[in-house]
Design a protein. Structure first.
Length: 365
């Protein structure tokens, strides 16, 4: 394929989450930022990707428009992995992680979408052998900080058919409320988003053991302190999950070398796209680590995660950020039925984003 045009499309879709208004990074967080990356080839084929952009949409779009696009327009792409490796090398002076890799992740997803469309097959078929066409979902709750709301949302999620629930809390009282609501046998995960230094993480892990967590996610800052995660996991025999902040498969290699996690969570919109996530999946298989992709997304990143997860064993679940967007790029497909997502069967990612939603929620940055 020869790249003829790249368009970055910024969207802001308001959402509700069932709690009080909340902020993130000093700003109110009331809408989902979705940066679509639309790639068109010389022959007219179009693919869509998604670059991570929650509260960083402007910088990521600038990285694509000002740094990535100028060096790839007009380029011939025969091998997506090799091509992205060359682009990574050209941009390495600007950093191998964060904003630059978010931008390249969106590009990579779009290229894979085109590659599968060119053969008129779904992405999973281009990548390997499908293991299932229904993908189990877990409800990934917003951070509420109030036990009553946590209990209410847990009950609601179970009523909708979810078989697993993930909390985003840091205090025992909310975790206790969830456990009391769902019962002893129901799996609860806890994502703390890197709040504690190593010593405090040990104190908190000791107090959290009583709740029988399915996993404890990112309990230590900085997230790349893999040795500290490994020590915590071994000392308290509590399953650790991490990886949403890791970019490229090299970070996961370091993670696995010290046995830091039992659940690896690469994010397709951050890690380097489909190319890098496939590498991480292979590493997981060798290391005996469960792949559990990070995927609180509602754009092409969500669809790409579905296709990648369909290639994995049954224990690979899909994260559904448990909030309600005002509109959906893919209609009903963003919602599981009976606790699982259906796998789109169309070519490429399987679905096209709704042009009316793009038109209504497109924003200037």
């Amino acid at each position: 394929m020869k790249i003829a045009e790249i368009e970055t499309i910024p969207l802001a879709i308001p959402f509700t989450h069932g709690g009080k208004p909340a902020g993130w990074g000093g700003k109110a967080w009331t809408s989902l930022s979705i940066l679509l990356v639309k790639v068109t080839t010389e022959t007219g084929l179009t693919g869509y990707g998604e670059a991570f952009s929650y509260n960083c949409l402007g910088p990521v779009r600038a990285a694509l428009d000002d740094m990535v696009v100028p060096i790839i327009i007009g380029q011939e792409v025969d091998d997506i992995g090799a091509f992205l490796g060359e682009v990574q090398q050209k941009l390495h002076l600007f950093g191998r992680y964060g904003i630059v890799m978010f931008a390249l992740s969106g590009l990579d997803i779009a290229l894979w979408d085109i590659a599968a469309k060119s053969k008129n097959i779904p992405l999973w078929q281009l990548l390997g052998e499908r293991q299932r066409d229904r993908l189990p979902a877990y409800a990934s709750l917003y951070r509420y900080g109030e036990p009553e709301i946590v209990a209410e949302r847990c009950s609601q999620a179970i009523g909708e058919g979810y078989g697993w629930i993930k909390l985003h809390e840091t205090e025992n009282r909310e975790v206790a409320a969830a456990r009391q609501t769902v019962g002893e046998g129901f799996p609860i995960m806890l994502d703390t988003n890197c709040p504690w230094a190593e010593a405090e993480a040990h104190e908190r892990a000791a107090s959290l053991r009583q709740y029988g967590l399915y996993w404890l996610e990112e309990p230590i800052f900085p997230p790349e302190n893999f040795k500290a995660l490994a020590t915590l996991q071994e000392k308290f025999d509590i399953p650790i999950a991490a990886g949403e902040n890791a970019c490229t498969s090299f970070e996961f290699e370091k993670m696995f070398e010290v046995k830091a996690v039992r659940y690896a969570q690469p994010s397709v919109t951050k890690v380097g796209g489909v190319t890098e996530l496939r590498k991480v999946a292979s590493q997981c298989s060798v290391a005996g680590v469960h792949l559990m992709p990070h995927s609180p997304y509602f754009g092409p990143g969500f669809l790409a995660t579905l296709h990648l997860a369909a290639l994995e064993p049954a224990n690979c679940m899909i994260e559904r950020f448990y909030l309600t967007p005002e509109a959906s790029l893919y209609g009903k497909w963003i919602d599981p039925t009976a606790g699982a997502f259906d796998l789109p069967e169309g070519p490429g990612l399987g679905l096209l984003p709704d042009p009316d939603v793009i038109r209504e929620y497109r924003v200037g940055v």
